[in-house]
Design a protein around this ligand. Sequence first.
Ligand SMILES: Nc1ncnc2c1ncn2[C@@H]1O[C@H](COP(=O)(O)OP(=O)(O)O)[C@@H](O)[C@H]1O
Ligand SMILES: [Mg+2]
Length: 363
Amino acid sequence: MNDRESPAQRRGEPVLVGRERELDTIVGGLVQLGRRQGAKPVVVEGAPGVGKTALLQTSAVRAADLGWAVGHGSVRSQRLCSAAYGALADSVAQLVAWRPGSREAASLADEVERQAAASAREAAPGDEGWSGPFTDLLAAAAQLADDHHRGIVLCLDDLQLASGDELAEIIEAAGSISEAGFPATLLGARRAGGAACAAAEGLVLQPLDAEATTALVVSLAPREAWTDGALARIAELAGGYPMLVRAYAGAALRRGRTPVDASEVDAGRADADRALCAELLGAEPAQLPGPQRRMLQSIVGLGGHQVPVAEAARDLGASRSFGPPTYLADVDALVERGAVVRSAGDLVSITFPFVARAVIDQR
Ligand SMILES: Nc1ncnc2c1ncn2[C@@H]1O[C@H](COP(=O)(O)OP(=O)(O)O)[C@@H](O)[C@H]1O
Ligand SMILES: [Mg+2]
């Protein structure tokens, strides 16, 4: 890519570097689907900050450019009893907006509302009748698309927040509709480490390589603004995570001295660490609820890597005062925030060094 500005940039969309292969896979699947060849739903998987949402958004733009109708929903934005269903309904509701005046759109809108009300009354996935809403809703949307449009793509973000049952239901419903010959598919994203799902094509997002990392830094300020030392330092701190690249490069740039060298990157690091914590955890460590904060401190204090949960709790004295269920809920909350990952044998590790540094700084 030698163009100074891509068409996406000219339209004001953020640049997406180093994801050509993934975009080709996704767009290739759409082309196949457009030929009525059926295609499995694709679920993008990866660590927080690796670029799942960005890839979903850029894929959606590509799909729209190809004439597909695209709807978005995020499980994160849902507060209803069936979060995944709510996200799906949101994305379908956006499709309705695409032909606002039409009779089909109006009946689909009614269908969305009817199904959402039915789903809100239902207790849980797995109950009798549960699978109905997803399938009916997708089928109604797919029928609409089949009649009037190239096809539909439903983008559903943050699927790790859906229950395993809901995720399986939604993916199976989407898969069966595309298999039945309707040009409708689901493009999802979720954190790595969820249960395997055979009905979907998992697309694992790896951190960016060195070349793409540099391209991302240079998209923030021209190459002349960075010394080689600064590029190397950012790459080292960021480990290929676009979220981190942007934070460390951005903090160094804000210091206002160009060309930026490695010492400027280091000088901006503590600020960047704090901002990253706020972005990842939804709060700086000091602002976390007390028990979660103490649990996080305890895990960091024990080295932060493969720490037995029980040991972290013992360190806190939590086992005496609260008993296991309470501290396990705190660990779960930290996992959901993305602060720690939990592995087999009930071991926990801090996800990113910046989390540990921010916890230590705050003591
Ligand atoms: N390939 C990429 N090129 C440029 N910026 C990216 C890329 N991937 C992610 N970003 C940016 O990095 C940040 C984190 O990405 P995001 O998609 O939110 O991660 P995730 O959804 O995996 O947590 C966002 O600001 C996003 O715009
Ligand atoms: Mg995301």
